[in-house]
Design a protein around this ligand. Structure first.
Ligand code: B16
Ligand code: MG
Length: 220
């Protein structure tokens, strides 16, 4: 394996599985209950953001008191958790399982860096929790993405320098967090923007070696 890279850090929602639809439906239900206009496009702006920051996006400048904010966030989370009931390994995004196994076989450490406080539940339902050497989630840090804290915390658990690790993200907030932390960045999907070192449509049809070669060629 290329000498420089020691670890891969994966975002969860949008990279390993697509729970974005369930987050969207939860916030849509809150918006409908409160008569707040809300769309799928606005939901894209919530990608990678914490529950609290997602609520701020939903409110679009409306002011609510703290008790109401906590109530809405708790109810959105209840809706979200209910929708996780049927998640299983078949909900892994294409190529993910093989890519994870190939990375581990190549001697890379693998970790998750997800803004979600439900990350471990989702990983368990996907039956991949035990594959990871570390899991950073919404409980690991105070300042969530786009701050670099979550990925730095996770790299610390792996004992790997950020300059020797790659972050895979689907969200602009996540790419910004990883760039600021000094990681190599791979952007996946349509909503990721153009700040990543490398953009790929998905983890299908690409190997860890190819990703590393492309990243290192870009930094030559
Ligand atoms: P929770 P990621 C993020 O997961 C989601 O993309 C984002 O939509 C969600 O608001 C956030 O987790 C917090 O989730 O309410 O479950 O704590 O993309 O960082 O894996
Ligand atoms: Mg994501």
């Amino acid at each position: 394996m290329a000498q420089d890279i020691q670890a891969f850090l994966f975002d969860l929602d949008g990279v390993l599985t697509d729970t974005a639809e369930f987050h969207y439906l939860g916030w849509q239900r809150i918006a409908d209950e409160q008569g707040i206009p809300f769309s799928r496009e606005e939901n894209d702006a919530m990608r990678g953001l914490s529950r609290r920051d997602s609520l701020t996006v939903l409110l679009k400048g409306r002011v609510i008191d703290e008790a109401t904010a906590n109530d809405w966030m708790a109810r959105k989370n209840d809706y979200y958790i209910a929708s996780l009931e049927h998640i299983s390994p078949k909900d892994l995004l294409p190529g993910v399982h093989d890519f994870l196994l190939a990375a581990k076989s190549a001697g890379l450490k693998v970790a998750v860096g997800s803004a979600s406080k439900n990350a471990r539940v989702v990983l368990d339902k996907l039956d991949i929790l035990s594959l990871f050497d570390a899991v950073g989630d919404g409980y690991s840090i105070v300042n969530n993405k786009p701050a670099p804290d979550l990925f730095l915390w996770t790299a610390g658990r792996l004992n790997v320098n950020p300059g020797r690790a790659v972050v895979f993200e689907d969200a602009q907030a996540g790419v910004a967090a990883a760039n600021q932390g000094g990681f190599y960045t791979v952007g996946l999907g349509d909503a990721v923007g153009d700040e990543a070192n490398l953009r790929l449509p998905s983890l299908a049809s690409v190997t860890p070696h190819q990703v590393i070669d492309l990243l290192l060629a870009g930094h030559a």
